[in-house]
Design a protein around this ligand. Sequence first.
Ligand code: NAP
Length: 466
Amino acid sequence: MRPSSGKERNVNQPDAQRLDVAIVGAGPAALYAAAELVKLGDPPVYVNLFDRLPTLGGLVRAGVAPDHADRRLVIDTYQRQARSGGRLRFHGNVEIGRDITHAELLEHHDAVIYAVGASASQALNVPGKHLPGCHESSRFVAWYNGHPDAADLDVSFDCERAVVIGNGNVALDVARILLKSGSALASSDIAEHAREALAHSRIREVCVVGRRGPAQAAFTHPELRELGELDDVSVVVDPDDLSGARWDQGNFDATLKRATLEAYSKSGDETRARRLVLRFLQSPIEVLGRGRVEGIRLVRNQLVASEDGGLKAVASQQTEDLAAGLVVHAIGYRGKPLADLPFDDGRGIVPNRDGRVLVLDDDVMPGAYVVGWIKRGPRGVIGSNKACARQTVRALVEDAAAGRLAQPAKPASAIEALLRERQCKVVDFQGWRNIDRHERAHARDGQPRNKLVRLDDMLRVGASGP
Ligand code: NAP
């Protein structure tokens, strides 16, 4: 372990009466970590939570599908747990690296935990990917979920067919939203601009394209089954794609997926107004179009054994051009590099051991921790963050007890004066509550909330008082 600079703190000594921790990010991983920390009593831990948006929720607000709004409710529970005992302060609209540096955070806190998620899309490296009408899932999902960064995305549904690349749950989320009727979305918290655009959509067919076979698809059974519940939509699967599939016999989710895919392949119901076609063993090799997406060129793949013992897709010579006016690629996420922190570009995460940030020679970077997708990559469900947060918090507490954290030079409360000095328009917890109340109060019938999608509006409402 690299020796920390500055004065060492040993929590067993009388001067160490509290620990101050900064958490960067306000999604589920951040709130879990905060809830774990504020429970501690010896010494008591105080948390300053920072987010570059004025809102709480992170990916639960901007990533979970709007028709799964009930899954967002967990954030209320985490929020309550994290705030119990009054040891948590929220500083929204503060970006680390822009408004304040990592070094300044450490000057005011014993430790900093980064819980910033994995907000970039994996790159689809094919010609034509920059054509208007071709979107990466991170931006497209952010657009329909009302994230201010994506409010101005140029999205058009003026076409009969859309293609979604990828076979994970995000691909199925996108396909489902594209095929949901206006009335089916009425009770969702989809952004108003997206609801309006979808109400006038001409899309009649959505093709979801997986590069490997049905037995290798990353989506889970509940999400697959939900496709069959879409109003007036036929789910189409080619029986030939299933006949050669190599299923994992001992896997319960795989057994259920197989049965559901077989049922789809036999239903043959073509009387419905719209179709969702699940295609397998195909990869995009070019997005086609002059000035805008007009189609996609797909190549047929074969599965061959890979070095790691799995099966990988290898392209054949057989190609197919499919007309489409919209392409969304949902092929996984990756983290973005953070100012002043090391970054593992290959894995798209901050290198770490049990949540302790590692510098390149495998030394620990004192006082810096990670949690959630920026720690372990974009995998798992919201609840997976619980064990992940516990592990990081355990590491931090052990480091504090062992005197491995440098004592902050300034009190944590002084961060507020520093932000004011920099004229940062900080939105505190009351400000977020104002936004929350405003969104709920402006919901249409059946809608849980009507999201504000512009940063200026969030700041105005946040500052408006209860
Ligand atoms: P994911 O589960 O990792 O799926 C990514 C998909 O993209 C895989 O099918 C992968 O195929 C494919 N892919 C990767 N590179 C490709 C390429 N170059 N060309 C074509 N296909 C490519 O990622 P995700 O869908 O973004 O989901 C991220 C995490 O969030 C997952 O854990 C997911 O379960 C979770 N999530 C859960 C829900 C839910 O619970 N409802 C909703 C959304 C997301 P290979 O398998 O061949 O690599």
